[in-house]
Design a protein around this ligand. Sequence first.
Ligand SMILES: Cc1cc2nc3c(=O)[nH]c(=O)nc-3n(C[C@H](O)[C@H](O)[C@H](O)COP(=O)(O)OP(=O)(O)OC[C@H]3O[C@@H](n4cnc5c(N)ncnc54)[C@H](O)[C@@H]3O)c2cc1C
Length: 309
Amino acid sequence: MEKVVIIGTGCAGLTAALYTARANLNPLVLTGTMPGGLLTTTSIVENFPGFPEGIDGYELMTRMQKQAERFGARVKFATVESVDFSKKPYVLNVDGENVETETLIIASGAGHRHLGLDSEVKLEKKGVTYCATCDGALPMFRNQPLVVVGGGDSACEEATYLTRFGSIVYLIHRRDSLRASKIMAERTLANPKIKPIWDSVVTEVLDVAQDKVTGVRVKNIKTCEEQVISCAGLFIAIGHVPNTQIFAGKIDMDENGYVIPKRGTETNVPGVFVAGDCSDHVYRQAITAAGMGCAAAIDAERYLSGISQ
Ligand SMILES: Cc1cc2nc3c(=O)[nH]c(=O)nc-3n(C[C@H](O)[C@H](O)[C@H](O)COP(=O)(O)OP(=O)(O)OC[C@H]3O[C@@H](n4cnc5c(N)ncnc54)[C@H](O)[C@@H]3O)c2cc1C
């Protein structure tokens, strides 16, 4: 039987792996289908402390894994298909085989909602991005017109943040008013650098032929009129989907599927802890996920010491 199983090898999972490994708990760390997590999909990470020149996302995650393995973490390319928390030890179905464990750290992350356009996929990382905090400061966006899609709090925050870098920020929303909280919506609309485009959707990201974002084709869904807005960046902020479907009905979650921690990283199931973007719809950063991974590892270690006394 395992003492600690960690689901996920993003910043949260690998930091939890490092801490539990250094506590001699010999954790089993399951990668899922994306070893290294979301950060492996980005080239340069400029805001992870300790790397003044920035670091390639894939390299950062490879280093995190090596660091955890150095202390005995066992990283396995495998996916958890289902969980049974009805009795102890807990049972995980991992690629068809049962794994028993005393504790579990869920660090399964969250994916971005996409617009669903071919051109969006082709121009991802070439001007299409899903994180203003991560990418907004990149030189390619400085003093350029930028577009944000969305109407919630995140879209407002991203648009406001981007006004520091862009020459103008277009906020494209499919309704005629923002869904964001009143104060956030008012602040956003009062910003002279933000220009809302109401009742509209992006139908194409330009220009795949040039292999970079030069603009977006936008359609007004009430009048069906189309226009092209020139921009250097398209920031899509239409929500996230936490990778928590396998825990539905088995652990407390909010209506969007984020695991709700009870105290610290504890969940409502004793011995099951949570860390990173699968329980965080506010910060969603590599460093915050890593911090939560550290906390979950310490909580798991204390839980195990508690039950062994
Ligand atoms: C393009 C891009 C650029 C970014 N740039 C930055 C940046 O510059 N700075 C910054 O701070 N943040 C950045 N972020 C955000 C950052 O990547 C995330 O906040 C961080 O990766 C969250 O870490 P996590 O460990 O919670 O989840 P993730 O990194 O999403 O990792 C989740 C892990 O869980 C695994 N998993 C999921 N389901 C299962 C399962 N059933 N069984 C086993 N494993 C499973 C996945 O395979 C993966 O390994 C960026 C994100 C993107 C998409």
